[in-house]
Design a protein around this ligand. Structure first.
Ligand code: FAD
Length: 490
């Protein structure tokens, strides 16, 4: 049998590096390692290389609670976020704990041994490690495969077809006619950026998304940074943005029609009264039924105003040798087609946990406090908010995991298992979101319940109460195999 660790973290992205920091500071006696399938850390912020790649939420909430974001731009570039993760790992000595080229392929829990056996694929062959607690920070999508709906005639297109997840280093699009397919965060990022060099960019969308412009630089944040110590200024800006985000989200739930009208007015302010906002920027759903698209300093609208970026709302009939034919009959000539058609959701890095010989169907499990699963011992996962920055949740999950580990140590128990118990709970979909990537994965996602602690809070304030202060005994069975099972609190 291979090496044993108290905790194995899977993934060295934003969440995994943050998790390691929390473990080192809150559970300094725990021995851990990070298994990372790629050759570098950073996850999303290293993988995605398309032109203009950036955050679409502010770095004061996408940054870690424990490490101020010191960049002038609140909406930050992909490489600057990667550097932030790398710096965090380097300065905290976390980088020494990362084992690259270890793709976790299996995880089996044994109750008698109170440990996970982890199988990983490496260049040298299969590796086996064991751990007391498995902490999945493997993100939420497939790294090997992006989503592509499969367009008829794509093999006939004479130019190049590129998915933003796999942007080629050698791609020169200067002076070229580009068609970007999509209307999500990636499409609205890449289209205006490519417009700077391409002859013409056409963004083809089946249906529109809400697009909101925000200044790339947060003036208040930068002013506070000049006046207060870095940590204090960061904390103040973080809370300002959290509260503003929560207020805005609440308004979209309470008064969707009013918020919708306001958002469309803002687009009209940018594009003028003659632009066809009804067709191109008026979604069929209410704000925040899907993720809103944020554009920094109105770059998308400015690019449209130059006349070199056109938004077309139509469906694609087929690819042709020279471009794309739309259902309306219109032909779009293209030298390059960018399929910004989304991600393939993949939970737990594609691993099916096995508990005492039984494979766990995660789609049938109930999530517990947004970070564990019913009847799966000693396993936590990170899945960030859909309506706020990912890291707000990742930090809270890390704090909870550390609390749980410390309680287990103090009580001398080796196993912690969320149990539903006898009180009825009704399963519901994991995320109430109509976005394509969530809908496509609905049958693979776990369920949430209709009551605490099985209900997923898409709300940072409620999660602070649940994860930072809430009892770790709530619906949690603590046990030791030798001593027999403990009792779950109601
Ligand atoms: C283009 C893009 C922009 C985004 N912008 C924002 C934003 O502005 N705000 C926001 O809140 N969210 C955003 N997100 C969501 C984003 O993924 C999270 O914010 C955050 O980066 C997730 O960090 P993570 O560490 O949890 O996952 P990831 O960044 O996906 O990292 C996961 C890591 O786990 C590794 N891994 C996966 N499976 C295995 C395995 N089986 N074995 C070993 N290692 C494995 C991967 O190689 C990777 O390094 C964006 C996502 C994308 C794709």
């Amino acid at each position: 049998m291979g090496e044993h660790y108290d905790v194995i973290i899977v993934g060295a992205g934003l969440s995994g590096v943050g998790a390691a920091h929390h473990l080192r500071t809150r559970c300094p006696d725990r021995i851990f390692t990070i298994l990372e399938s790629r050759a570098v850390m950073g996850g999303t912020w290293d993988l995605f290389r398309y032109p203009g790649v950036r955050s679409d939420s502010d770095m004061h909430t996408l940054g870690y609670a424990f490490r101020p974001w010191e960049g002038a731009k609140a909406i930050a570039s992909g490489p600057s976020i990667r550097e932030y993760i790398e710096k965090t790992a380097r300065e905290g000595g976390i980088d020494r704990h990362i084992r690259y080229g270890h793709r976790v392929t299996g995880a089996s829990w044994s109750t008698p041994e109170a440990r996970w056996t982890i199988e990983a694929a490496t260049a040298e062959g299969a590796a086996t490690l064991t751990c007391g607690f498995l902490y999945m920070c493997s993100g939420y999508y497939d790294y090997e495969r992006g989503h592509s709906p499969g367009f008829a005639g794509s093999e006939t297109f004479a130019g190049r077809i590129v998915h933003p997840q796999f942007w080629p280093d050698d791609l020169d699009y200067a002076g070229k006619r580009v068609v970007v397919i999509g209307s999500g965060a990636t499409a609205v990022t890449v289209a205006p950026e490519m417009t700077k060099y391409a002859a013409k960019v056409t963004m083809v969308q089946r249906s529109p998304t809400y697009v909101v412009s925000r200044p790339a630089e947060d003036k208040i944040a930068n002013w506070l940074r000049g006046k207060l110590p870095a940590k204090l200024a960061y904390g103040a800006t973080r809370w300002k943005n959290v509260l503003m985000g929560m207020f805005f989200y609440r308004m979209t739930r309470k008064r969707p029609a009013k918020v919708k009208a306001k958002l469309l007015d803002l687009v009209r302010d940018h594009l003028g009264p003659d632009y066809d906002i009804a067709t191109h920027f008026t979604p069929r759903y209410n704000p925040w039924d899907q993720r809103l698209c944020l554009v920094p300093d109105a770059d998308l609208f400015d690019a449209i105003k130059t006349g070199r970026l056109e938004v077309v709302t139509d469906t694609i009939d087929r690819f042709t040798e020279t471009g794309i034919r739309l259902s309306s009959g219109r032909e779009l000539a293209a030298d390059l087609i960018v399929t910004a058609t989304g991600l393939e959701v993949k939970l737990l890095g594609g691993v099916t946990p096995v508990v005492d010989g039984e494979p766990v169907d995660i789609a049938k499990a109930l999530q517990y406090k947004g970070m564990m699963f019913s009847d799966v011992p000693n396993l936590a996962f990170v899945f960030g908010y859909t309506n706020a920055s990912w890291t707000l949740k990742a930090d809270l999950v890390a704090m909870y995991v550390c609390r749980l580990l410390n309680v287990m140590k103090k009580r001398g128990v080796r196993q912690a298992t969320p149990r539903i118990g006898t009180r009825p709970v009704t399963p519901e979909p994991f995320v109430a979101f109509s976005s394509g990537y969530i809908q496509r994965a609905a049958d693979r996602l776990p369920k949430q319940g209709n009551r605490k602690p099985w209900r997923l809070n898409q709300n940072y304030a409620l999660d602070i109460m649940a994860l930072k202060f809430g009892s770790v005994d709530e619906s949690m069975e603590f046990s030791n195999a030798a001593a027999g099972r403990g009792r779950a609190a109601a």
